[in-house]
Design a protein around this ligand. Structure first.
Ligand SMILES: C[S@@+](CC[C@H](N)C(=O)[O-])C[C@H]1O[C@@H](n2cnc3c(N)ncnc32)[C@H](O)[C@@H]1O
Ligand SMILES: [Zn+2]
Length: 371
């Protein structure tokens, strides 16, 4: 099947053969990840302006070579790796078809990453990226890009699997996409710190099927310490939805909810409680989304929200709160305006259309937005 993404033409397996779920015989290609790849290209464009010496890009799990070719067409010096010989052959063909020069290698990604240093590494495996995190952080210069598709373990829906993969306690809450992202970031930041490296997310987003983050590296141990200081816990009341963040690696969970007195308080962590993105960088990425991208409109909308999203560690779901209060949900812009008029900060959050952030407590939100 022939597809075009971002002006580059590819031969990929037919999605009906199951390749997009990673279960078919053919080389993997998932058309629903085009948004992820469009944003990757915009990030690579913006990152080059931020760090002019960055020129080498390793697509560590290349499959059809789609990401590798798109990076090469942007002028990056690209190596594409996969353990599947059919994938490596297809990546080579796709590069040749577009007159692009890439180095395609049949190799385990961990071996490749331990063996050679590059400026930017892209980790896009089936499921959890954690088995590749040590090699990525021990030997990359500037930027590590990570996709995680194991959203159920990450958000606590598959609890034991999440604990095993991420050495953290996830909890299944009404802000599950953000829970998943912060569990992922926590594990990545802790892995990088083992190499005296700070890994700070400069752009991150979550869609229904995956979490994606871009971590900028800094080789100063003091910066790695500063990242560790941004880890902590969230105490969440399952009855009134109050949540409180606690910074630090030692937690002091409350016996009862400080707001409603319920003993159904669960604790999640260690989570990354810091910013999930640098707003200036996200604005630059947004400027580099261009019209030939198939998902340009969605990418721009998502990046606009991401840029202005507050840094509070958890978002609320407006519909869930209004259901609790047996109210109908007003238009989101009016709802946020009411919060601001009452003196609170408030923003949309990119996780979904009814997600918002505020520094108001649940009770304060209820009062400020009452009809
Ligand atoms: C989700 S696909 C990658 C999709 C691709 N990056 C894209 O944007 O279309 C995962 C790929 O990782 C490859 N893979 C699995 N384990 C690997 C390993 N240890 N080292 C390198 N590649 C691996 C698989 O063969 C598969 O092609
Ligand atoms: Zn409560």
């Amino acid at each position: 099947m022939r597809v075009t993404e971002g002006g580059v033409e590819f031969e990929v397996p037919d999605a009906r053969d199951g390749a997009s779920e990673g279960r078919g015989e053919g080389v993997f290609y998932n058309p629903t990840q085009e948004l992820n790849r469009d944003v990757t290209v915009a990030v690579l464009r913006a990152y080059r302006e931020r760090e002019s010496r960055a020129e080498t890009y390793l697509d560590a799990m290349t499959a059809s070579g789609v990401r590798a070719c798109r990076a090469a067409s942007e002028g990056w010096d690209v190596t594409a790796v996969d353990t599947d010989p059919d994938a490596v052959a297809l990546a080579r063909e796709n590069a040749a078809r577009n007159d692009l020069s890439i180095t395609a290698v049949e190799r385990d990604a961990n071996v490749q990453m331990h063996d050679s240093t590059v400026d930017v590494v892209d980790i896009d495996p089936f499921g959890t990226p954690i088995p590749f995190a040590d090699a990525a952080f021990s030997n990359t210069r500037d930027l590590v890009c990570v996709t995680a598709t194991d959203t159920a373990p990450l958000c606590g829906a598959h609890f034991e699997s999440g604990v095993r993969s991420y050495s953290a306690v996830p909890r299944n809450t009404d802000y599950h996409p953000e829970m998943g992202l912060r569990v992922l970031l926590s594990a990545l930041v802790r892995t990088a710190a083992r190499y005296d490296t700070a890994a700070r997310p400069i752009c991150s987003h979550v869609s229904r099927h995956y979490a994606r983050t871009y971590l900028e590296l800094d080789g100063r141990a003091t910066e790695a310490d500063a990242c560790i200081d941004e880890l902590g816990y969230v105490h969440h009341c399952e009855d009134c939805l109050t949540r409180e963040a606690e910074w630090g690696l030692i937690t002091h969970p409350p016996d009862d909810c400080p707001a409603c007195g319920s003993n159904r308080v669960v604790t999640a962590g260690p989570l990354w409680l810091g910013a999930i993105r640098d707003p200036d960088f996200v604005a630059a990425v947004r400027e580099h989304v261009t019209d030939e991208m198939g998902e340009a409109a969605r990418a721009r909308r998502m990046l606009d929200t991401l840029e202005t999203e507050l840094d509070e560690p958890t978002h609320y779901d407006q519909h869930r709160l209004c259901k609790e209060w047996t109210r109908s949900a007003p238009a989101m812009d009016d709802f946020l305006a009411d919060l601001r008029a009452a003196g609170y900060t408030a923003s949309r959050a990119h996780y979904h259309g009814t997600a918002f952030k505020t520094n108001a407590s649940v009770e304060e939100i209820r009062t400020a937005t009452a009809e």
